[in-house]
Ligand binder design. Structure first.
Ligand SMILES: [Zn+2]
Length: 307
């Protein structure tokens, strides 16, 4: 009798955990993608919740990843997302709250790099806070939009020849879940830190109560999200990059009521949907879902081992 490998364990050499490199991956969610993905699937404001490529979980460290979705940069380079820009004031408020959690910038420690800068919303708020800020962003259209606002956002990804650092703050806000090698990105970001510099990572938490309640319909399950962290795997990734976590927060989001209701409608039957009066549509609503993490980290004294 021949021993057959288990159907749900994948051990081919090229299918490795993006964090710990282990070959043992267990399929936990089948693909719900219809057809080949396009740039539209990768829009920040995309509300096709629950739709993802197949997700595998590492049997060693627990990280979850869309192992087959490695060639995604081209989608970000072509990205345009008018709905994202329409929520600029509310997103700016969220960035302000995030920046307020950091030590106040001083004359000798105010260099900030925002990675995955979009249209420069965080860069704009950082400059207003007193930072000497710059962003890097793969989308050509987002960069053009940032330029339109007079903001320094260079086109591309790390490593970038114009971004040699060092920086006192490097931010990765809703970025690490979008890339096929998050450890490499975090490591490159860490290398750009000045002595005493802070890396800020914001990413969804797949172990959060809301994620567990909503299951496959969790709003962070979307095509663009190809890596799924929890507090342990994020801490592990930071440690592997030579960083030590110093702070953990649950970020608050701010959305216009109209935008928010439109998204909630995705979960409601047609009869239960309602229209927001125009005069209330722009009302800013703080959303505390506690299903996202904001982590600060600095260079560690000693390097870490597996969790
Ligand atoms: Zn792993």
């Amino acid at each position: 009798m021949v021993n057959q490998p288990s159907d749900d364990v994948v051990s081919a050499p090229i299918r490795r955990c993006w964090l710990c490199g282990t070959c043992g991956l267990r399929r936990i969610k089948e693909s719900t993608l219809r057809g080949d993905p396009t740039s539209r699937n990768f829009e920040i404001s995309n509300a096709d919740y629950g739709t993802t490529a197949a997700i595998d979980q590492c049997v060693r460290c627990g990280f979850c990843q869309c192992t087959d979705m490695v060639d995604v940069l081209k989608f970000y380079e072509d990205l345009e997302d008018p709905a994202y820009e329409m929520t600029r004031p509310q997103r700016a408020r969220q960035k302000r709250v995030l920046l307020n959690r950091l030590p106040r910038p001083t004359a000798g420690a105010n260099r900030l790099l925002d990675v995955g800068a979009g249209t420069g919303i965080l860069v704009e708020e950082a400059i207003a806070c007193g930072y000497d800020a710059i962003g890097v962003e793969p989308s050509r259209r987002f960069c053009a939009r940032a330029k339109h606002h007079g903001l320094p956002v260079v086109q591309g990804v790390l490593p970038h020849p114009d971004l040699t650092g060092p920086y006192d703050v490097v931010t990765l806000v809703d970025v690490v879940e979008h890339v096929p090698d998050p450890l490499d990105l975090i490591t490159r970001a860490a290398r750009l830190l000045a002595d005493g510099g802070v890396l800020v990572v914001v990413t969804p938490d797949r172990s959060s109560l809301l994620a567990r309640i909503m299951g496959d319909q969790w709003w962070h399950y979307r095509v663009a999200h190809i890596g799924y962290f929890d507090p342990e795997t994020l801490r592990f990734a930071l440690a592997k990059a030579g960083l030590q976590q110093t702070e953990f927060h649950r970020p608050t989001w701010y959305f216009p009521l109209g935008y928010l209701v439109e998204r909630v409608h995705r979960y409601l039957p047609r009869w239960a949907r309602f229209k927001v009066p125009a005069r209330l549509s722009d009302l800013v609503i703080p959303v505390h879902l506690r299903d996202s993490m904001m982590v600060c980290a600095t260079k560690a004294q000693t390097r870490d081992t597996a969790p």
